[in-house]
Ligand binder design. Sequence first.
Ligand code: CU
Length: 506
Amino acid sequence: MTALLATICLILIAIIVVQIGKVTELASKIRGEEEVEEQANKRHGNYSMLFMVVFLVATVISAWYYKDSMLWYGPHESASEHGSSLDSIFNITLFFTGIVFIITQILLFYFAWKYRGQRGRKALYMPHDNRLEVVWTVIPAVVMTFLVVGGLDAWNEVMADVDPNEEFIEIEGTGYQFAWHLRYPGADGKLGARDYKLVSATNPLGQNWTDPKNVDDFHPSEIYLPVGKKVRVRITARDVLHNFYLPHFRVKMDAVPGMPTYFVFTPKTTTEEYRRKLGELNLNGEPKYPEWHEPIDPNDPESPKKYEAFDFELACAELCGKGHYAMRRVVKIVSEGEYQDWLSKQPSYYLSTIRGTEDDPNKDMLFESEIRERRQEFNDKLEKAISAEDPAAKTIELNHVNFETNSAELTKLSAYQLDNLADALNKYASMSIEISGHTDNTGEPEYNQQLSEQRAQKVKSYLLGKGVAESRLAAVGYGATRPVADNSTEEGREQNRRTEFRITAQ
Ligand SMILES: [Cu+2]
């Protein structure tokens, strides 16, 4: 029905237009063509002047109205050092192009009005004018040179790589469909080597675990950075083209598979400072940016205000596939103290996920730091046992002493803890110990008894080899008779298979 009415309306409008045309034609025949045409020209000229005024006023008003939504104004000020020089390039360019825009629009409409068709006026044919050519070539050339040189200067500042001798933080962002994998260098400050051939389910970045620089690298879910420190971001991609975009820091760089790119920037505003700025009040006590004072959930007026919940963010600025929108990560800019605090809580990816598993190429060795940690741990336990009054507290489990399956052969890495024990026995010359072997309850009791004895003996011989007197060492096998945990679970059985020693004299 509506469609029918609309069609009828359109037909009627068409008929009216045709009729008006016919009336005008008849009227011009009565009054004479020329006069009518001149009047029409004058009317059209006036309309175009009116259009110009409305159009320019609307342009200026809308630019003013939306200025706070633009990246380099008001609430969207740059939060990085180089960002401010990019913003001023934008402003200068907008200033000059704005002037040219307004002047040319005014002239365009003014000339169209002034030189509208009039009786007796003839067009002036001017094939060439050197002076005019020079004017409109030289002025734009000078302005363009000025803008381009200023732009180049900003570009060089933004794109300058770090000097290897200066202090900076290097982090890495790897884009894949559809997320960012972030990597930090850990305590050594250096990112470890990668090889795409090593990429697997457990090694998403293809880190080479034999490179010691990889040992402390960690993979956070958010970007944390201290304010005022130079940051170099290494940017790569694992599948298709992505784009590493930090809008508030004016950082934007393609992430290209097979070709690492980089960007250097220095954050100058912390997240907290930026939130405060967005929530600022003006002199009358009213919000300076009212849109930032709205609740984040429009249906819940009690929810936090937008400025309170604000976070810097990392996005992908390449249309990389249908899950592209999901490539968001929160960026937090904090004080140096908060940053160090956060750093100290980040677990190394290798040590927490790879170390000791099938994928660990370093299974058969200990890192210096691990040797130190284990020694410290052993000595602490020993001191505690020595000073304990309770006889039950005089027993220490040798938790890093292990044997090959169903055998009394010590594993290679057991030597480290046994050496700690030998050192302790040499240090406390009057100390005697009883070494005891324990098994779980699977298998025949006789076999377990025998195996536990052999294992205790093996530890004893090791210590004898380190120069400890035989009179200070006893070796006993207890089989499965002294469990410390439930033998019905695999976890419990693992705890029951153990080697201990008890201080019998000190
Ligand atoms: Cu992407």
